[in-house]
Design a protein around this ligand. Structure first.
Ligand code: G3P
Length: 218
């Protein structure tokens, strides 16, 4: 399973990239706004730090303008992935960009039928938003299960399932059990994945006992 980080905060990405866990980065217009940075500059910096796919989202809603924006974004770096919304124009743009061998992430997916259409449009990644489905009283992970089943029924569909809008480590573990290809993690969830009170307490006890031995390994 690949781990992407869902942020446009360059210092956070630098910090986490040293872990060796980061396989890619996803951004969206809200995350760019939060960064307070220019999209072209911030995406260029992120692409320098992380060699894997870095999603940069178009802001246009019609096909021609999406393609014009994608032409600008894709020139930033080889690993830029163009993120398009799951609309007719977005899917049409996806097909055009894929025909040019550009990586495409189709975002704002909330149903299995949408995911099927994205795969048929040649999407590199489909981004179903699990947290936002949970927020309205549905079960986001049911959607991941459906998409994984559908995609595995048709091996000629090569779209990778990129689980987005993740709120907790539970989403990550459930996605891994279902065989989802990628999770894009908010930095706080990535940090939560390692945390366990028994690890902290156990280490504390080991260090106290070690101190009492009076020994030194080096
Ligand atoms: O990048 C898309 C997605 O991960 C957004 O998450 O928390 O705004 O629902 P969220």
């Amino acid at each position: 399973m690949k781990f992407f980080i869902d942020t446009a905060d360059v210092s956070e990405i630098k910090d986490l990239s040293s872990s060796g866990f980061l396989d890619g980065v996803t951004t969206n217009p809200s995350l760019i706004k939060k960064s307070g940075r220019n999209i072209n500059e911030v995406i260029a910096e992120i692409c320098d730090i992380v060699p894997g796919p870095v999603s940069a989202e178009v802001a246009a809603t019609n096909y021609n303008d999406m393609i014009a924006e994608a032409q600008v974004l894709k020139k930033i770096a080889k690993n830029v992935t163009i993120k398009v919304p799951l609309t007719w124009d977005g899917l049409k743009a996806c097909r055009t960009l894929r025909d040019e061998d550009v990586l495409v992430n189709v975002t704002l997916c909330f149903s299995a039928s949408q995911a099927l259409l994205a795969a048929k449009s040649g999407a590199t990644f489909i981004s179903p938003f699990v947290g936002r489905l949970d927020d309205i009283g549905l079960d986001g992970m049911d959607l991941i299960s459906d998409i994984c089943t559908i995609y595995s029924n048709y091996p000629n569909l090569n779209t990778e399932v990129l689980v987005a809008s993740i709120r907790s480590p539970k989403h990550v573990i459930e996605a891994a059990k279902m065989g989802a290809d990628i999770v894009t993690l908010p930095p706080n969830v990535l940090k939560q994945l390692i945390s366990h009170p028994l690890t902290d307490n156990g280490l504390k006890a080991f260090l106290e006992d070690w101190k009492m031995t009076g020994q030194s390994i080096t």
